[in-house]
Design a binder for this molecule. Structure first.
Ligand SMILES: NC(=O)c1ccc[n+]([C@@H]2O[C@H](COP(=O)([O-])OP(=O)(O)OC[C@H]3O[C@@H](n4cnc5c(N)ncnc54)[C@H](O)[C@@H]3O)[C@@H](O)[C@H]2O)c1
Length: 265
């Protein structure tokens, strides 16, 4: 998966899946702009990328703000000269206090859509102009298995991720004439700070033996997943690196599950 000498922007790259994607791209030879609303975390990951021998820059980014997106894009271009790869990974499960609400409220709906959908469109619009000029680009959107099928747990999140799958198809068609590939990854179940929030909301099975949330998560995954194991940020990063490479030059508009066989489509 050769992305040697390419420059990648990874949104939400400061922890969890975004960190895994940043490090996988770096291991495969790319320089990384780690862009996150928590810039301290982004700096930590940029340090890890540099330890792998690649260039890296941490930038503060709020995908909900056009001004912030434009500032990040301009700074990335001025420091690295080009953006070859964009990974739209930043996402949220709910607004503050979501864990304690039985039903997502107006704030949850607004924040989830602003970041998970509008954020993907906003960053892509900002970066695609530059990619179009160079007639080269690889864009990877992070959707979710939640976008494959609705559930009673978090309608706004599920709908936002279904939207990312659909948006990926539109972007792929709009950008294909410029030799820009756009694909999505649908991660399955990964124990990241996002899943810690889901577990805190009490969606787990009853817990008479007093197991930790982490232990319950592992049981839940092992019982419900054909391959019987949780997915990792590396798993998602490895597919992102493949989709960002020339091995995937004729793949566009696709959404690929990395979920241990939970969905088969
Ligand atoms: N963890 C899972 O099981 C799972 C499964 C499927 C899909 N996903 C998706 O993968 C992506 C990463 O999830 P994660 O589990 O690593 O979550 P996470 O909460 O650990 O990480 C999300 C990152 O995005 C950043 N972020 C949040 N709002 C932002 C904003 N407005 N601007 C810029 N950065 C922002 C956060 O600071 C954080 O670094 C999300 O899009 C999520 O929906 C996660």
């Amino acid at each position: 998966m050769d992305v040697i000498g390419k420059t990648a922007v990874v949104t939400g790259g400061g922890r969890g899946i975004g960190r895994g994607i940043s490090l996988a791209l770096a291991r495969n030879g790319a320089d990384i702009i780690v862009a996150d609303i928590i810039v301290g975390n982004a700096e930590g990951v940029a340090e890890e990328v540099r330890a792998l021998g690649r260039r890296s820059l941490a930038l503060r980014l709020d995908v909900a703000s056009r001004q912030s997106v434009e500032a990040m894009t301009a700074q990335a271009l001025s420091e690295f000269g080009a953006i070859d790869i964009l990974v739209n990974n930043a996402g949220v499960i709910g607004a503050q206090g979501w864990e304690r609400r039985e039903t997502p409220n107006e704030e949850d709906w607004n924040l989830i859509f602003e970041i998970n959908i509008r954020g993907v469109a906003r960053v892509t619009d900002a970066v695609a102009g530059h990619m179009k000029e160079r007639r080269y680009g690889k864009i990877v959107n992070i959707a979710s298995i939640a976008g494959r099928r609705g559930s009673n747990r978090n309608p706004p999140y599920n709908a936002s991720k279904a939207g990312v799958i659909n948006l990926t198809q539109s972007q792929a068609q709009m950008l294909a004439p410029y030799n820009i590939n756009v694909n999505a990854i649908c991660p399955g179940l990964l124990w990241t700070p996002m899943w810690e929030r889901i577990a805190a909301r009490g969606t787990m099975t009853p817990n008479p033996e007093g197991k930790t949330r982490r232990e319950l998560f592992v049981e839940y995954v092992e019982e419900g997943t054909p391959l019987g194991r949780e997915q990792t940020p590396d798993d998602i990063g490895n597919l992102a690196a493949f989709l960002a490479s020339e091995y995937a030059r004729n793949i566009t508009g696709q959404s690929i599950n990395v979920d241990g066989g939970l969905n088969m489509n």
